[in-house]
Design a protein around this ligand. Structure first.
Ligand code: NAD
Length: 514
């Protein structure tokens, strides 16, 4: 019997023995720097001439590892291997497929600090953030395994005299998984193993900035007993192989998480039926956010400031769910702003190896983009705190607060994906909801309020996929807060929720006349 799902606990880093274990893991991972990582196609490890280096964003000189790069020919080989593997994998008992995930979860649990330490170096994740990322990956394995067991029974529908009916789920075929770098383990893991446990075979193209933690997932799944060809690891330059993966007539689904620009492009391209293609592609695109915390007049102002600061600056604001807009009732605006500034002053910024609250942003491109928005913010509002940045060794940007912004300001409308939050004043609750909903995105949002009527209105009128009351707008947990956005935030696939696996399954009705 499989025990009910419970989420993986976070490591308590106030305990000396846990700190020591994590420091040991950081040393161990450092000892692995410079290794080569190959493609994995049909179980075969393939080294290519073309390589990509994975760099530590805290220290640009430090090469974490070197990764072979697939070209279209090798991607074609991966499609063929996935097609072949689908013939048998799709026939496996779903319970046995789930057991592979449970075993993989146990392996990652044993190597937990090693995985988190890898993300400290490769993604610039502070300890607690890296630990939560690894825990989320484990949760996805445990949760989707259980979901698949449940769905293997199909769903109940009605029979009638003389007729027996069945409603069952079948795997779809070969698909493509394209994750982002920010939840470097959790998303790469969740978006890959969900279609796999559903009986599909996958080509996974990891993000350019974090391919090594993705390669470690491949290792773990192999060790857990995943047959050859079920997961094909094809890192590569997206401008070279991205379209090939999406356009391929074999592709049955694309499971993408990343920016709006890439997501909408994939959505459009996947809609075109290619020569030889006899199906429509199912596309999951989970994209960006412009997430708002509303602070009502009648509310706990300390909780409000704490929620804004943690949601805005945790992992340097590089979460799709990060708070980048604080909409505050005019009567409490000054106080919440002041409290938020005081809390932000206490945050440490630096190399996360040293257990800082904030680390670097991921790369030069993001550094330039975020500092560009800070310059725009200085024109659009009042810089109240931060604004400094430094990129000689790594890509460091200090937590930055702008106040007195018009809700239409660029930095209140466009996704920055960095440690920048804008404050704006509202005259009443209607006004707050109007501002909150006035963006293209609809991913997360939070309301800090003691007014039950206002909370009830927000439940219906705050147009986001993940709405939180009296807490921050980040830190969704698998099985507790299924995740996905409305509007231009994507297809609302609700990762970590009871409807997610159906994205990679075909429901079939079988009816027999008796
Ligand atoms: P990105 O769009 O630049 O890259 C995402 C992935 O797409 C990468 O693997 C990249 O190599 C690949 N890619 C790029 N161009 C491609 C192409 N033409 N064809 C196929 N693949 C291509 O995004 P990013 O910078 O890695 O991630 C940050 C973004 O992700 C932010 O907008 C953030 O909000 C979003 N995000 C959303 C969620 C969510 O659940 N909604 C979660 C995490 C991140």
């Amino acid at each position: 019997m499989v025990l009910p799902f419970t989420h993986e606990p976070f490591t308590d880093f106030t305990k000396k023995e846990n700190r020591k274990a994590f420091e040991d893991a950081l040393e161990q991972v450092k000892g692995e720097f410079g290794k080569d990582y190959n493609l994995v196609i049909g179980g075969e490890r393939i080294a290519t001439k073309k390589k990509n280096q994975s760099i530590n964003p805290s220290n640009k000189e430090q090469v974490i590892g070197t990764v072979s790069q697939a070209d279209t020919e090798l991607v074609e080989k991966a499609f063929q291997s996935a097609k072949e593997a689908f013939k048998t994998w799709s026939q496996w008992d779903p319970k046995v497929r789930a057991e592979i995930l449970f075993r993989a979860a146990a392996i990652v649990r044993r190597r937990k600090h090693e995985f988190s330490a890898t993300m400290v170096y490769e993604a610039g994740k502070p300890w607690g953030q890296a630990d939560a990322d690894t825990a989320e990956g484990i949760d996805f394995m445990e949760y989707y395994g259980r979901q698949m067991i449940e769905l293997s029974e199909g769903k109940e529908i009605n029979d009638r005299p003389g007729e027996n009916n069945e409603y069952i789920y079948q795997p779809t075929g070969v698909g493509v998984t394209i994750p982002p770098w920010n939840f470097a383990f959790a998303i790469v893991c969740g978006t890959t193993i969900a279609p796999i446990v559903a009986g599909n075979t996958v080509l996974q193209k990891p993000a350019e900035d974090t391919p090594i933690i993705a390669a470690k997932l491949v290792e773990v799944l192999e060790e857990a007993g995943l047959p050859k060809g079920v997961l094909n690891f094809v890192p590569g330059d997206p401008s070279e192989i991205g379209d090939y993966l999406v356009d391929h007539p074999t592709t049955k689904f694309v499971n993408f998480t990343g920016s709006r620009a890439t997501g909408t492009r994939i959505y459009e391209k996947a809609a075109k039926v290619q020569e030889g293609q006899k199906h429509l592609k199912h596309v999951v695109v989970e994209m960006g956010g412009k997430d708002t915390i509303i602070v009502d007049k009648d509310s706990d102002l300390d909780l409000a400031a704490d929620s804004i600061v943690n949601s805005a600056f945790g992992f340097q604001g590089q979460k799709c769910s990060a708070c980048s807009r604080a909409v505050i009732h005019e009567d409490v605006y000054d106080e919440v702003l002041e409290k938020s500034i005081e809390l932000t002053k206490k945050l440490s910024v630096g190399d996360p190896v040293n257990d800082t609250f904030m680390g670097p942003v991921i790369n030069q491109k993001q550094f330039d983009k975020i500092t560009g928005y800070i310059d725009i913010g200085k024109e659009e509002g009042e810089l109240k705190f931060g604004g400094e940045s430094e990129s000689s060794k790594g890509y460091f940007i200090h937590p930055t607060i702008f106040a007195d912004l018009d809700s239409k300001a660029k930095i209140m409308q466009e996704e920055i994906f960095g440690p920048v939050v804008g404050f704006t004043k509202a005259k009443d609750f209607d006004h707050m909801l109007d501002i909150a909903n006035d963006t293209d995105y609809g991913l997360t949002g939070a309301v800090i309020s003691n007014n039950r009527e206002h909370l009830n209105r927000a439940r219906k009128e705050f147009n986001v996929g993940n709405l939180y009351f009296n807490r921050g707008c980040t830190a969704a947990i698998v099985g507790y807060h299924p995740f996905g956005g409305f509007k231009m935030s994507g297809t609302d696939a609700k990762a970590g929720g009871p409807d997610y696996l159906q994205n990679f399954l075909q429901a079939k009705t079988v009816s027999e006349q008796l």
